[in-house]
Design a protein around this ligand. Structure first.
Ligand code: SAH
Length: 365
């Protein structure tokens, strides 16, 4: 068992890393492509079944590596077709992953951390505290498992067409594992999704946004939720490290070329907190010069919260201000709230180790 745990998990490698591993082991780099295709195109995770690899290579891989995925513990189904899986990642912890089917696409919402350290006041995950980062295999594993359950490997028909990093955790505070996952999602030897169909949502980790721009520029969503620093400091505390003007400047850098996709600005509608017409006009000013579209998100309730959602008339009036100023704006439809699968309702099952800010790979203290 201990030996088994020491083995390298092939699901923790993106293409570059796997190529280097094979070359270091004296193999040709195209062997890495064959292995990736077995895992991500055909859903084969038993090395013995990878029949185009030589016997020697298969023995080597069995000896030195493993292919280890997380496990689905349970599935909940919403009236609206949304599915939520509780996924066990080790003996103590589980996280949640949500599949949202729509007419023309299927979106999988994946988690990147066990809990979250950022303490956004309106988010249920934040209330749980933070335990640890997920590994690459635990993040891409959510996508693999959902594809398997939805029959993709058997039918080769894409059911998951879009991936959003909007589950538990702050993706850019687990940068190294998130970027490897993004590479596997967008690689033709991996899941082969276009960059447009992969969206990283962040509460505003500026150094992470700049790294993502260089490393693999997928679609970006920003959890803005307020148009002035005083309010944002209080509801999204990471704003004290990266205030609105710095955050929006990084958004501008992210979209400097004409071909870049606009940034999605997420704005949760909190009754009497951030939903006035003055807030709407302020938001218009903030977004001036930044290629963006706005998603207004009705607040989803969870036990113990003192917030409530803005009324529909207030949301519409807010939206009209943005639209009149030429900003493409939609109100996000709430999906899966009957099974607590909507934005900000994911909690998993774990014991928090800390509720303090996490040290991280992009230099935040
Ligand atoms: N940590 C990342 C991704 C997770 S949350 C981020 O902050 O972007 C995905 C979106 O849901 C974010 O915009 C988040 O602010 C929003 N959200 C969190 N709690 C919510 C709630 N109770 N109701 C509606 N949206 C919520």
């Amino acid at each position: 068992m201990i030996e088994e745990q020491k083995k390298l998990n092939l699901i923790d490698f993106d293409r570059n890393a796997l190529e280097s591993y094979f070359v270091d082991a004296g193999e040709k780099s195209f062997r890495a492509h064959q292995v990736l295709k077995w895992i991500y195109h055909r859903g084969v995770i038993d090395v013995e079944l990878m029949t185009n690899l030589s016997n020697d290579l298969r023995s080597f891989l069995k000896d030195k590596t493993s292919i280890k995925l997380p496990q689905i513990i349970s599935e909940k189904r919403s009236e609206d077709g949304t599915k939520k899986w509780l996924i066990g990642i080790d003996d103590e912890n589980s996280i949640e992953t949500v599949f949202i089917p729509e007419n023309d696409r299927g979106t999988l919402c994946i988690s990147t951390q066990v809990g979250c350290a950022l303490d956004c006041k309106f988010c249920s995950t934040a209330k749980q505290g933070f335990n640890r980062n997920l590994t690459t295999s635990e993040i891409i594993g959510q996508v693999w498992l959902a594809n398997e359950v939805l029959g993709y490997f058997k039918n080769e028909k894409r059911i998951i067409t879009n991936i959003v990093f909007m589950g538990m955790g702050e993706p850019l505070l687990n940068y190294d594992n998130v970027i490897k996952t993004i590479n596997l999602l967008t690689d033709d030897y991996g899941f082969g999704l276009s960059k447009r169909r992969v969206t990283v949502s962040t509460s505003g980790i500026v150094p992470g946004i700049d790294r993502l721009k260089e490393d693999n520029k997928v679609s970006l969503a920003i959890s803005l939720h307020a148009s002035n620093d005083e309010l944002r400091d209080s509801i999204v505390p990471i704003n004290r490290s990266y205030p609105i003007n710095e955050l929006l400047a990084s958004c501008k850098r992210y979209t400097e070329s004409k071909e870049d996709e606009p940034i999605t600005i997420e704005y949760v509608m909190l009754k009497d907190i951030n939903d006035s017409l003055k807030d709407a006009h302020n938001l218009v000013k903030c977004l001036h010069g930044i290629p963006s579209k706005v998603n207004l998100i009705p607040f989803n309730k969870f036990p113990g919260t003192y917030f409530s959602s803005s009324e529909i008339d207030t949301i519409n009036a807010f939206r009209n201000v943005l639209i009149k100023s030429g900003i493409f704006t939609i109100t996000r439809k709430t999906r899966g709230d009957d099974i607590d699968a909507a934005c900000g309702q994911l909690v998993g099952n774990f014991v928090a180790k800390s509720t303090r800010h996490q040290k991280n790979s992009v230099g935040l203290n």
